[in-house]
Design a protein around this ligand. Structure first.
Ligand SMILES: [Zn+2]
Length: 369
């Protein structure tokens, strides 16, 4: 079994993480005090973390999303967004993440007068500050932003234009998030058309709480290059009693086209999209060699880290270092950063990092032998 220490040291890539789902509990309490946000259920840091976690683990995506009113509540000022984005980069880097795309819906931060552009600029500035601090601490990380539109709102075209406008400053793609049921991605076709016509990137939360139609629409109507979660693709995979497997047309398409699945195991257990890690479809899908990637979704609400996700997968399925490297390279290949930057990280950071860890493991075995 992998040790948590070697998992933390291993270079990792993260494609699905929400800025408003990853705040430090202590920072929420600080910011609430600074900016006069009075809605918190408690001002005690530990109690707040526990409250967030309990609030998230209620087996329903809608209930899970309720906890976000407080993180979004303290993200209404420029300085607050900069601070949270910088800490996000530092926390990920400290966990051994070398490349991250973190998403945020700017339309959630305009209650106190910030413009959408100001929200994106503050987020990107925070990432730059966090990258610098991480480099100084000897844990370099590359931070990119995905701009999210809320699927239940009606601003997606405006948000898509916003994403494209900041593409040269660190935004690498467009996403839609929020409750899946009743809010089909096809409500936002104009936004997706705009992004595609600008030769820009799309990922869509689909197949988390809702089944195959949501995945099919995301891919075939909206032009999603990646699927946020995508767990329900397993509904199109039939495992017979003798262990042989049959893929339906949609699952075949997803696997043949190497459509990346941004899987978030712990979060899926909390929202009820999977019963447990042991029963999570990620095991079947990785063994069938779908383009699986491992992600955190909401580190605060799900009380997790990317290392924690890999540790859980190793405990449940014994994935080991080799599979961890495969999952990481899958993520780097699927990233929306420019090709040369992705290649540099794979060849100069990821592969040498795993080679070093393997060598160290061999040394331990030789000494022990
Ligand atoms: Zn998500």
């Amino acid at each position: 079994m992998l040790t948590l220490d070697s998992i933390r040291q291993a270079p990792k890539a993260l494609l699905h993480d929400h800025l408003d789902g990853g705040l430090r509990a202590a920072t929420i309490v600080d910011l609430a005090g600074e900016h006069g946000y009075t809605g918190l259920p408690t001002r005690d840091v530990h109690e707040l973390a526990v409250w967030m976690h309990r609030g998230a683990d209620r087996k329903s995506l809608e209930l899970y999303l309720e906890t976000f009113q407080h993180t979004v509540g303290v993200l209404q000022e420029r300085d607050a967004i900069v601070r949270v984005a910088a800490e996000c980069a530092e926390d990920l880097a400290a966990d051994g993440v070398v490349y991250a795309e973190v998403r945020y819906a700017p339309e959630l931060s305009v209650e106190r007068g910030l413009s959408l552009d100001e929200v994106v600029e503050a987020n990107l500035e925070g990432f730059r500050i966090g990258e610098e601090r991480a480099r100084a601490a000897g844990r370099p990380i590359v931070m990119k932003m995905l701009v999210t539109a809320m699927r239940q709102a009606a601003r997606s075209l405006e948000i898509a234009e916003l994403a494209v406008r900041h593409r040269d400053a660190g935004v690498v793609g467009f996403d839609i998030a929020g409750p899946e049921e009743g809010y089909r991605p096809t409500r936002h076709l104009e936004a997706f058309d705009h992004v595609r016509h600008e030769n820009f990137h799309i990922t869509i939360h689909a197949g988390e709480a809702f089944g195959l139609p949501s995945i099919w629409e995301a891919l075939q109507y909206c032009g999603a290059e990646r699927l946020g979660h995508g767990v329900r693709i397993v509904d199109d995979v039939r495992v017979r009693e003798d262990g042989s497997v049959e893929l339906g047309r949609l699952a075949t398409f997803v696997r043949d086209r190497r459509v990346p699945l941004e899987m978030c195991p712990t979060s899926n257990v909390h929202t009820g999209a999977a019963r447990s890690i042991e029963e999570h479809p990620i095991d079947l899908l990785r063994r069938l060699r779908f383009r699986v990637t491992v992600n955190t979704d909401n580190r605060l609400m799900s009380d997790t880290t990317l290392s924690g996700e890999f540790a859980a997968l190793d405990r449940a399925f014994g994935i080991g270092l080799g599979e961890m490297e495969w999952l990481t390279i899958n993520a780097m290949k699927s990233a929306f950063a420019a090709f040369d930057e992705r290649l540099r990280i794979i060849n100069e950071v990821v592969k040498p990092g795993y080679a070093r860890l393997r060598q160290a493991a061999t040394r331990v075995v030789m000494v022990a032998g």
